[in-house]
Design a protein around this ligand. Structure first.
Ligand code: AVI
Length: 330
């Protein structure tokens, strides 16, 4: 755990080695893939923040509206709340909005932020330091590891509320989402709570505009993955020769992002020991964003050992916040 707000711009050697191994494995799959977690280097994180400002990407604004409008009720539904734990705090704006809108009285709150990116943690901590009467703790770790650090603290009295917002659950496939929610449940005590933000199924036209915006910011976000491979792994991807493509896979209820080869071309990634040919029209699948129905969110959480406390739906933009309690085991 780190309590200092330091920023590092360089990817550590061990992380580059893992990146090289993942690129080797995923690019060799059929269809070729790259894991979406690698979008978030410094430039990718800045591009994602820009996406959240786009008129066509409504997730962030819809969630902020719900947190502001219902923050008081959300926090009051968790009696003796002492600790908020956000998995992937982004800019810190959402947690700030929730605490601002939701806190009644002057009780001190512990805020734990968990993220693998020290840059993201530093940005969020700076935003949250404007709040009164909070203790901020930073965990530069994978979500599961950071959560285990928080729950292992012997001093933690009162109840905890874990936050997994921004529809980040949508970037897991279904078994991955189920396993992740089971993991959160296992780390919490009965009576602790989880607030989950998830984007909802909506008309295809609106979904595609959110993931293929007219300004081309999402295309840049997607192609930056190739920029990163070129820079960190000495790759030879020719950026102009890859088109950004977003599609709605209705059967799987997910938006997929791809990078489609504009012609037959050879690609080399020396650090991953890869040389391969991409055919014209062949794609690299870079991300899935699963979209949910409100009732399915509740069922998924129930199966992971949580009981519904309340759900708030933004009908305008199709987004849901679901508050659940870790169930007592029977
Ligand atoms: C971070 N995640 C929830 C975003 C999403 O909507 O799936 C990432 C993103 N991809 C394209 N635009 C935004």
């Amino acid at each position: 755990m780190r309590d200092k707000h330091t920023v590092s711009a360089v990817t550590p050697a061990s992380a580059v080695a893992q990146f090289a191994l993942d690129v080797q494995y995923y690019l060799a799959l059929q269809p070729r893939q790259l894991p979406s977690r690698y979008f978030y280097d410094a430039l990718g994180s800045a591009l994602f923040e820009a996406i959240t400002q786009l008129p066509w990407y409504r997730i962030t604004r819809a969630e902020l509206r719900l947190l502001t409008a219902h923050g008081r009720e959300i926090l009051s539904r968790v009696p003796r709340l002492s600790t908020l734990v956000e998995l992937g705090p982004g800019s810190g704006e959402k947690l700030t909005a929730l605490v601002d809108a939701g806190r009644a009285g002057a009780s001190r709150l512990r805020l734990h932020l968990i993220d693998v990116s020290p840059t993201a943690l530093a940005v969020a901590a700076r935003a949250l330091s404007a709040l009164d009467n909070v203790e901020i703790h930073l965990h530069e770790a994978a979500y599961e590891v950071g959560l285990a650090e928080v729950t292992a603290r012997p001093t933690a009295e009162g109840r905890r509320l874990a936050l997994f917002l921004g529809s980040n659950l949508g970037n897991f496939d279904r078994p991955g989402a189920d396993a992740f929610l089971h993991g959160i449940r296992a780390a919490l005590r009965p009576g602790d709570a989880l607030l989950l933000g998830a984007d909802l199924v909506k008309p295809e036209r609106r979904l595609l505009l959110a993931y293929d915006d007219p300004l081309g910011v999402t295309a840049a976000f997607n192609r930056n993955l190739l920029v990163r491979i070129n820079r960190e792994l000495d790759g030879t991807f020719d950026l102009d020769q890859f088109a950004h493509r977003a599609l709605w896979n209705a059967a799987e209820s997910r938006v997929e992002m791809h990078l489609v080869s504009r012609r037959r071309q050879e690609v080399r990634v020396p650090a991953s020991d890869l040389v391969f040919t991409m055919e014209e029209g062949e794609s690299i699948w870079t991300e899935s964003s699963y979209k949910y129905e409100p009732a399915a969110i509740v069922r998924t959480l129930d199966a992971a050992g949580f009981r519904l406390l309340n759900q708030w739906v933004d009908q305008t933009d199709g987004f849901a916040l679901t508050l659940v309690e870790a169930a007592w085991q029977d």
